[in-house]
Design a protein around this ligand. Sequence first.
Ligand code: TYM
Length: 351
Amino acid sequence: MMEDKFNAVSNTAKLKKRVFSGVQPSGDVQLGNYLGAFKQWVQGQQEKENFFCIVDMHALTVYQEPAKLLEQTKMLAALLFASGIDPNRSTLFVQSQVTAHAEACWILNCMTPIGWLERMTQYKDKSLNQERVSVGLLDYPVLMAGDILLYDTNEVPVGEDQKQHVELSRDIAQRFNRIYGDTFVIPEPVIPEVGARIMGLDNPLIKMSKSHAHIKGHAIRLLDDDKEIERTIKRAVTDSDNVIQFSREPEKAGVNNLLGIYKVITGRTINQVESDFQDARGYGDLKARVSEVVIEELQPIKKKYSEIMDDSSELDRLLIRGAERARSYADPKLMDIKERVGLVLPGNLVK
Ligand code: TYM
């Protein structure tokens, strides 16, 4: 039944824009991942042809306990389906199950200047004060370029922090096309207007992140219970002037962040959001209302998540099917790339 529906979708798919995006199964998925990425992915599913990838090989750029990595990969898949990724409209798969990604990365490595990678801000931040930095951490954006370019991707919906990496993918694609002829579609980053950068609740001057999600008060994790969410938002850092308005001033970053979270979840405009809080009696009211909408948003996701995890054989089946579909796009593309650079003789193609 599912198969038939998907085939019907893929027959018309060529007319649609193709979307690719990814998420690492490292650490606890937090509200920023959901509002900056997953929610957009889910909302765009109808009109586009979508590939969503759990990038376990990207997670390896920093040491991961093997059993935990595997567990987190499955949990993340369940969370994505629970958030509304529809297996009949979107292809969700695990990166390491489609070996074309690693092969494409190697070929692209060979034509990417090291200087391009050394100037990536995420690399600079992550390698700062580290005694040993892996080659993988530096090479991370090339693997990401491979992910995107293998699928002739038009759009890459990501949070603000990934924009520079998507731009690098464009540079790599353009360079490859110049050297070897027209091969790659040049992808566009798609960054949401609000929600592209959800900030830490304990420090609204730094981005909310999975790697800090275990620190008390920093993040709302998608699987936190209602009480925990309420407690974390109650403790969120704000300021002392009690003015509830959007603002770019650094000292208002906490309030701005809470309003941003409220805005993305409710889908209301800036004016509507500010008028919702006109009669609020201070930040206590603001925090209570933000907690309410966050809890309401996450409740059905948590419920669906537990249902999926209760019988994960269906999840395994969906991931196998997702990887098969992804391979049916990525493998022929890789063959094209290999032929262009002189690695495969035509007529010798693996089917
Ligand atoms: P990752 O796993 O760090 O994050 C997944 C997505 O969540 C977004 N995000 C945020 N958005 C708003 N506010 C935040 N505080 C916040 N934190 C994270 C990220 O921007 C991202 O969209 N390198 C990527 C994964 C990747 C990928 C790709 C993405 C690998 N290959 C190809 C797109 C296309 C990463 O580490 O995302």
